[in-house]
Design a protein around this ligand. Structure first.
Ligand SMILES: *Cc1c(COP(=O)(O)O)cnc(C)c1O
Length: 409
């Protein structure tokens, strides 16, 4: 665990937006699972890049372009180090986790899966890890199988194992559930799949910002995440792929920057990762993501995780005392978020009432409609915690929920 305790007061000063007032009240931002706020280090890195170092990358012979290329490729090194990849070529820049999953569906899966082959997901998945596989099914006749969860929101391991069958070619699963916080026993699940020769893709959108991720130790084939949930800018994300996997994959989009040579008769594709980065990428996005990673490394991901667990325990205590509040998801291992309903009050009304108190939470199905269906609710209220949140903010949430109950109850 982190030997440095988190200095939250000073961390909060790093995030200019936290000084804002909403409806005359201090902003209480409890929606980091949807997107994280940005520290000054990220804002300044992007501003500085556009102001002083901007040019397109890779092709320029002049100093500015070489400098921009160095920043962009340096960002790849930062991501490699941060998620424990063995080789910098295993890091592909994309727009977000969604694009990364679609890339794998259109390249690796198109090449390797045929009609009747099965893709196993879990009942916890975000739409981003459901829909691309359904679309693949429409193109290729592959079948989607879903590992069930129990009433707490944990994957039922016996069923999971039983579903890893003869025809299973891909296990695509989330590391951490964005809707109810379940942390999957990933190492074990990957081992079970790989013992049967099944390829594994992990959706790490909710894990990378909150816990140490080591893709080499996990042994997965693909791992995806988005920069905007890691305090970086929106529009930049990462596909990690094991080098041998990426090298055997056809390109995704065609265009500039992904070729070796082009003639009208034939094109030779570039090696990895360039083969998957057609066109001018989000250069400033990579610069911002780099700054975000360094910011997180400066604080220490273990210290962040410990603080978020402290906040989760506090939330369980104070929210647990509110009559009529039902927690959705009580998994054995949970990330720093709570999903709940208030008896008899629609989640959207709760969200609107909280907004009046300056409290930003997410209400709805959290891009996980099938999961909501399992719990028999159309929507929940989700409060998600981050390095810049405080127990006092959770107390403010609890107080506002108490008032909401009185108004609607
Ligand atoms: C947010 C999220 C996604 C999608 O991320 P985008 O940045 O919208 O592409 C996928 N999976 C999980 C678990 C998420 O939380």
């Amino acid at each position: 665990m982190g030997d440095r305790a988190l200095d939250v007061a000073s961390i909060r000063k790093d995030f200019p937006i936290l000084e804002r007032e909403i409806r005359g009240k201090p902003l209480v931002y409890l929606d980091t699972a949807a997107s994280a706020q940005k520290p000054r280090a990220v804002l300044e890195a992007i501003q500085n890049f556009y102001q002083n170092s901007y040019a397109n990358i890779h092709r320029g012979v002049y100093q500015l372009s070489a400098g921009a290329t160095e920043l962009y490729e340096g960002g790849r090194d930062d991501v490699q180090r941060f998620i424990g990849a063995k080789d910098r070529r295993e890091i592909v820049f994309v727009r977000n986790a969604t694009e990364a999953i679609n890339l794998v569906a259109h390249t690796w899966a198109e090449k390797n899966l045929e009609s009747g082959d099965e893709i196993l997901i879990t009942a916890l998945e975000h739409h981003a890890n459901i829909v691309p596989w359904q679309m693949l099914g429409e193109r290729r006749g592959t079948k989607l199988r879903v590992a069930p969860i129990d009433a707490n929101g944990d994957v039922v391991m016996e069923s999971f194992e039983a579903l890893l069958g003869e025809r299973t070619k891909l296990l695509a699963l989330t590391h951490v559930s964005n809707a109810i916080g379940t942390i999957n026993p990933l190492k074990k699940m990957i081992e079970l799949a790989q013992a049967r020769g099944i390829t594994v893709l992990v959706d790490g959108a909710q894990a990378v910002p909150h816990t140490r991720v080591d893709v080499a130790a996990l042994g997965c084939d693909f791992y995806v995440f988005s920069g905007h949930k890691l305090y970086g800018p929106s529009g930049i994300g990462v596909l990690y792929g094991r080098l041998a996997m990426l090298e055997a994959m056809p390109p995704f989009m065609g265009g500039g920057d992904m070729i070796e040579t082009v003639s009208f008769e034939q094109t030779r594709y570039a090696g990895v990762p360039q083969r998957f980065e057609a066109g001018t990428p989000d250069i400033a996005g990579v610069v911002g993501l780099s700054a975000a990673i360094r910011y997180v490394e400066g604080i220490g991901i273990e210290a962040i995780e410990a603080w978020e667990q402290t906040l989760l325990a506090h939330a369980n205590r104070v929210l647990g005392a509110i009559p009529g509040l039902r927690m959705i998801g009580n998994a054995r291992h949970k990330a720093g978020l709570v999903s709940f309903v208030l008896d008899g009050i629609h989640a959207h009304d709760v969200g609107t009432a909280l907004d009046q108190a300056g409290i930003a939470v997410r209400v709805g199905h959290h891009c996980a409609q099938p999961l909501m269906e399992i719990f028999g609710v159309p929507a929940t209220v989700r409060a998600s915690f981050s390095l810049y949140n405080t127990p006092a903010e959770i107390d403010a949430l609890a107080a506002a929920l108490g008032e909401t109950r009185e108004i609607f109850g």
